[in-house]
Design a binder for this molecule. Structure first.
Ligand SMILES: [Zn+2]
Length: 261
């Protein structure tokens, strides 16, 4: 959707939501079922656009890339982490794999050396907000969204990196995100499969989930850092890389014009 389409949808959602609330109050107790539908119906529509990874109306969030080869894009969120990142860089080097690290600004501020190491190893450093506000990003004000982007950009630029790609925590969108990203030269990236490590106790389980329906052009979402259960930190990505190699897949970082969906 082009730039105008995003803002048209934002105002449509706001208008329908407010109109629904007013209509619900007018209908009131004379027709309680209709009042409930008018009150909550537009909320459900808004929630779909904010929370469904497949929804593309508010922010375009590609979930695949076009390729004729056995290639996937490995994306690793929530770093940098002083324990995991160096081990991941070694692992990726052993496999000849390239990856994109969607890093948290606060963590990058504590470990700028790791940001430089990621870039020096030929991987991409991308933006994953400054504070990772998982529970509140969906309703953050335009000022807060701008701050999350600018604070993270400042830290990364100080480490010598100018990111062009962004992923919000858990892929949850915000009404003001498209405009804020555009103003800063950032584009959003989604995923086609994720490991959901927090709900897994074994590395093989993560790999099963991340590689289900594996096909050329997949975007795999995995995590590093303390939110991943201790027993599978780095190990889950090791198993994913082993299985990708067994199946003849290479990990690449695609150019933006290749992204689809
Ligand atoms: Zn995250």
């Amino acid at each position: 959707m082009e730039a105008g389409g995003h803002s048209q949808l934002v105002w449509f959602l706001i208008t329908v939501n407010l109109a629904g609330k007013v209509a619900a109050l007018l209908v009131g107790w004379t027709a309680p079922a209709a009042a409930l539908a008018l009150w909550f119906g537009p909320d459900a529509l808004l929630a779909y656009h904010l929370f469904a990874p497949a929804a593309q109306g508010l922010v375009r969030m590609p979930r695949r890339f076009a390729t004729g080869r056995r290639e996937v894009w490995l994306t690793i969120d929530d770093g940098p982490d002083p324990d995991d990142t160096p081990r991941l860089l070694d692992l990726l080097a052993v496999h000849g794999a390239r990856a994109t690290f969607f890093v948290i600004g606060e963590m990058a501020a504590r470990h700028p050396d790791l940001i430089r190491a990621i870039a020096a190893a030929g991987h991409e450093v991308a933006h994953h907000t400054h504070t990772h506000p998982l529970a509140s990003f969906w309703c953050a004000s335009p000022a807060r969204v701008g701050w999350e982007l600018d604070a993270g950009l400042g830290v990364l630029r100080a480490a010598g990196v100018r990111p062009t790609r962004f992923r919000p925590p858990a892929g949850i969108k915000n009404l003001w995100l498209a405009r804020a990203l555009r103003a800063r030269g950032l584009t959003c990236v989604g995923w086609s499969a994720r490991g959901l490590e927090r709900w897994c106790s074994a590395a093989a389980q993560v790999a099963d989930r991340a590689l289900r329906g594996l096909a050329p052009g997949a975007i795999l979402l995995l995590h590093e850092g303390p939110r991943v259960p201790a027993a599978i930190r780095v190990e889950a990505i090791r198993v994913v890389l082993d299985r990708l190699r067994e199946q003849g897949y290479q990990c690449v970082v695609p150019r933006s014009e290749k992204l689809v969906g």
